[in-house]
Design a protein around this ligand. Structure first.
Ligand code: SF4
Ligand code: SF4
Length: 251
């Protein structure tokens, strides 16, 4: 969706205000902070960089809001802001902290209940989506596959007891002699034929072998981490930090 609006014109910005107007009659801006040449004055949307789409306009608003928040706190608009985009960091999870069940949940997606059409159409201000009640919300949340949770292996903790190999329902964990990738893929308990998916290799271990796990097969069920007596296998959750004015939003 284009956010063209009308041609922004700034004849009302008097030259002595210190807001420099540049190419295309648009204000000269810092492209990161959206601050004009006058400190404390910010622009966004098509008044900032010209016509673009509505998503860009919303992103300008987000970037400018972060800048305004930092400005009001007397902080540096560049140094004290998180880089735009996503900032991933891992969160260590303890043995009993899996926040999901290991079983695949075959429940179909639950539709969000709406008010009756006759009620919704009678008044344009009616809130149409009623939202889930607590029971439905829990059922829907249980369907999450938690693909943000990853298996992480620490070789120095592994005593090569093979307990994780036994419990893995996909036979994707291997403790084997190292080798070239092509040949190693063929030697796994279940040969790793999907070349688009990496084989997770780590080691060497105390016996000189390595751990190789086919990421194409792993369900991220967490059973290896539950079974491992030493914590060599761990489930770690990636947390997405979205920069926003006033701090971070955790997803
Ligand atoms: S998370 Fe599950 S499927 Fe993946 S290696 Fe561990 S036990 Fe196997
Ligand atoms: S269960 Fe743990 S200690 Fe045993 S082989 Fe697997 S990773 Fe190593």
């Amino acid at each position: 969706m284009l956010a063209i609006g009308q041609d922004p014109v700034f004849p009302w910005i008097e030259p002595e205000l210190g807001i420099e107007i540049g190419k295309w009659e648009l204000p000269v801006l810092d492209p990161v902070t959206f601050e004009s040449t006058r400190p404390g004055v910010f622009f966004g949307g098509d008044a900032a960089l010209g016509a673009n789409n509505i998503v860009s306009a919303a992103a300008h608003g987000n970037a400018a809001a972060i800048s305004i928040d930092l400005y009001c706190q007397g902080k540096d608009l560049h140094q004290d802001r998180l880089p735009p985009g996503l900032n991933l960091s891992s969160q260590k999870m303890g043995l009993h902290e899996w926040i999901y069940e290991n079983d695949y949940d075959g429940t179909q997606r639950l539709v969000v209940p709406h008010v009756r059409k006759s009620v919704a159409l009678a008044n344009i201000a009616t809130e149409v989506e009623l939202g889930y009640d607590i029971k439905r919300a829990c059922e829907e949340a249980e369907r999450c596959l938690n693909c943000d949770v990853q298996t992480v292996f620490t070789p120095k903790l592994c005593i090569e007891c093979d307990a994780c190999v036994d419990i893995c329902p996909m036979d994707c964990i291997n403790f084997i002699v190292d080798g070239e990738e092509d040949e190693l893929r063929a030697r796994l308990r279940v040969p790793a034929t999907n070349l688009d998916q990496d084989v997770y290799v780590d080691g060497p271990l105390a016996t000189g072998r390595i751990m190789a796990k086919d990421e194409n097969l792993c369900l991220h069920c967490g059973l290896c981490a539950e079974r491992c007596p030493t914590g060599a296998w761990d489930m770690q959750k990636s947390v997405i930090h979205l920069p926003q004015a006033g701090g971070l939003c955790h997803e």
